[in-house]
Design a protein around this ligand. Structure first.
Ligand SMILES: Cc1cc2nc3c(=O)[nH]c(=O)nc-3n(C[C@H](O)[C@H](O)[C@H](O)COP(=O)(O)O)c2cc1C
Length: 213
């Protein structure tokens, strides 16, 4: 193993131990920033579908695949969504090429006969347990949110995730029939210049976050 490192934004990144080329790691992580300012370039449904087709293979508990996406594109839909965002996030939703409301589906169990055919009885067992389903959906959908963010970057797109919002308001506005539970709003597009006025902040080191027993 080498001890090479690369310096970006004044931060030192070790480059050893990767199975993907360094420029891929840069695109997905080191150079990727949380973007607030996008060019007007359109993000198509085909692009979004291609990213989903890739990231759906990321693991979820019992293969529940509970992430759901609401693609917010029209001016009317944007205004409905922006009304439920925190003040500081509102303008970003109105200005982004497209916004995704990422949500968890507590009704995921309806798909289990296809997604987990080896556990035939599970869908019926979960039916009378809405709270457990909601917790299960949330945990795995949040994992899928992470896969999706990295997948969008792999497609050459930039993202601006935002949890500063009235989630219950969004659920009432958009998900009254489906029962989906909103987790995060993510603006998607191509960054305008650096895409953010904020300098890159540090991250914690492995030694700070890991304990070996
Ligand atoms: C779950 C989540 C919620 C966030 N919520 C907001 C938000 O409401 N408003 C905002 O401006 N940025 C929000 N961010 C952006 C973070 O502040 C940003 O990703 C972090 O500071 C790292 O920035 P960098 O990717 O440019 O290094 C959120 C990010 C995540 C992942």
């Amino acid at each position: 193993m080498t001890t090479d490192s690369t310096v970006l934004d004044g931060l030192d990144f070790p480059t050893s131990g990767l199975a993907v080329p360094d420029d891929v790691a840069d695109l997905l992580f080191r150079q990727a920033r949380t973007v607030g300012a996008f060019t007007p370039e359109e993000v198509t449904d085909e692009q979004l579908a291609a990213v989903y087709d890739l990231v759906r293979w990321g693991p979820t508990a019992l293969n529940t695949v509970p992430l759901r996406l609401l693609v917010v594109r029209t001016p009317e839909a944007r205004a409905r969504l922006a009304a439920h965002m925190n003040e500081s996030n509102r303008e970003r939703v109105l200005a982004a090429p497209v916004s995704l409301v990422l949500a968890a589906d507590p009704g995921f169990h309806a798909h289990l006969p296809v997604l987990a055919p080896h556990m035939a009885a599970l869908a019926d067992a979960l039916e009378p347990q809405p709270e457990q389903r909601e917790q299960m959906a949330r945990t795995s959908a949040l994992l899928q949110v992470g896969y999706l963010i990295v997948g969008l970057r792999a497609a050459g797109l930039d993202v601006g995730p935002m949890s500063g919002m009235d989630a219950h308001g969004i659920d009432a506005e958009f998900f009254a029939e489906s029962g989906w539970r909103s987790l995060l709003v993510v603006n998607v597009g191509r960054r305008d210049g650096v895409g953010t006025p904020h300098p890159r902040a540090a991250r914690l080191d492995y030694d700070q976050v890991a304990r070996t027993v």
